[in-house]
Design a protein around this ligand. Structure first.
Ligand code: PMP
Length: 437
């Protein structure tokens, strides 16, 4: 299947003809030529088990999605100023997966666009710009979203926190202070949001929005303590703000038990943004909100989006929803996810370096530490494990402020056999890497 440019030629060309800082995975990048189900096949004919790529929700090149796209692209694609059934059908089907208050949808083309639109809605509804975000969050690539992304503005090249942005502590149960009682962790972390609201109040301001991923992913696959969002949403709403859930990574049934990760916290946001898996690789995103917020946004200025909600994208989105339901992929995510958790916990009993194993459905994290007591991050070991798994044909990632959390987001079709292969490779890689340190 070798064709086209070599890997090093592509890297060199990317550096000169594309932005030189365009991100690349792995120190020795891979050139993929084909995808099928949970597999990616490289230019040398080697197949890799894809446990990372959050986009191919139903697996790569899913035949139903490809057929829906091919069929509609062969009939009509045009902008949303003309009437078409697909956009309305899709909005009906999408909102049916959400709590009944979230009943107005808008279609977009990327997670960033969805979050930017959410900010416009926030400004229209509250008249405010102030936003509370969680530390180490990432919400998108435009300037206004980089400004809301500590993961970017705090790191090399970043310009620091702007004055309309307020940071709350990452509600990380594993790293909670040892003297906090287990049943008070949610409340203690929520106090960090209360403090930010107090800071605003002293300056005569109030929150426009509290924006958080329902499972902070870039912060290291952090599962919110039970009751956290309930506390925080109540505080923010009492201070006149709205609450937005970024479900770009964690939505669309990935947690298995529910369609949306915020549901696991028993709350209903005012705005939900979604992207990545919605089109199984086709660029598609959405914002769903309440009638009240939609009414505020309807302020006399027309809204138009050339590509968002076009007939082809909506045909693709409908096919994705069909397959999730028909093949009970949420059920699969839950049972395979639980199986993986059980197997990883068995590994944790044998490897001191595994400080924490956490997950819901097919959204999983394995936190590595050099010492279980001090929880010193094992950044270098995580990197070596990630590279070792890649050498053995499994793709995953590392994440978190210290890059010491192995991140796994396999496709929703991940089978028991795929899971067993992943475990086998993890066992081999841990055995090899830990024999060296
Ligand atoms: N929100 C979250 C949580 C994300 O992970 C991302 C992308 N990594 C975005 C928003 C932005 O999405 P996109 O890259 O599609 O613009």
């Amino acid at each position: 299947e070798q064709s086209g440019r070599s890997r090093s030629e592509i890297v060199a060309e990317r550096k000169s003809i594309l932005l030189p800082n365009l991100s690349i995975s792995y120190a020795e990048p891979i050139k993929f030529v084909r995808g099928e189900g949970a597999w990616l096949i490289d230019d040398r004919g080697r197949a890799y088990l894809d446990c990372f790529n959050n986009v191919c929700h139903l697996g790569h090149a899913h035949p139903d999605v490809v057929e829906a796209l091919r069929k509609q692209a062969g009939i009509l694609n045009t902008n949303t100023r003309y009437l078409h059934d697909n956009i309305v059908d899709y909005a009906e089907r999408l909102t049916a997966t959400l709590p009944s208050d979230l009943c107005v949808a808008t279609l977009a083309c990327s997670g960033s666009e969805a979050n930017s639109l959410m900010l416009r809605m926030m400004r229209a509804h509250t008249g405010r710009e102030e936003a509370i975000v969680l530390d180490w969050a990432y919400h998108g690539t435009t300037q206004e979203l980089i400004d809301l992304s500590p993961y970017k503005y705090k790191r090399k090249g970043g310009k620091g926190r702007k004055s309309h942005v307020y940071e709350a502590t990452i509600p990380d149960t594993y790293r909670a202070p040892a003297d906090w009682p287990a049943d008070k962790i949610a409340q203690r972390y929520a106090e960090s949001v209360a403090e930010q609201i107090a800071v605003m109040r002293r300056a005569g301001k109030g929150p426009g929005v509290f924006l958080a991923e329902s499972i902070p992913s870039v912060a290291g696959q952090v599962f919110l303590p039970e009751g956290y969002l309930r506390e925080v949403y109540a505080m923010v709403r009492a201070a006149g703000g709205i609450c937005a859930a970024d479900e770009v990574q964690v939505g669309f049934g990935r947690v298995g038990s529910h369609w949306w990760a915020f549901e696991t916290q028993g709350v209903v946001p005012d705005i939900v943004t979604m992207g990545k898996p919605i089109g199984n690789g086709h660029p598609m995103a959405a914002v769903v909100t309440t009638r009240e917020v939609a009414a505020s946004f309807n302020n006399g200025m027309e809204y138009f989006n050339t590509f968002g909600g076009n007939p082809v994208s909506c045909a693709v989105g409908l096919a994705v929803l069909d397959v999730i339901g028909r093949d009970d992929l949420r059920g699969n995510a839950l049972s395979i996810g639980n199986y993986l958790l059980e197997r990883f916990r068995a590994m944790q009993a044998r490897y001191e370096v595994i400080g924490d194993v956490r997950g819901q459905g097919l959204f999983l994290g394995i936190e590595l530490v050099t010492d279980r007591k001090t929880k010193q991050p094992a950044t270098e070991i995580a990197r070596t494990i990630n590279n070792g798994a890649r050498e053995r044909g499994v793709l995953m990632g590392t994440e978190g402020p210290h890059d010491n959390v192995l991140k796994l987001r396999p496709p929703m079709i991940f089978s028991r056999a795929n899971a067993d292969l992943l475990i086998e490779v993890m066992e081999e890689t841990f055995a090899a890497v830990m024999a060296e340190v």
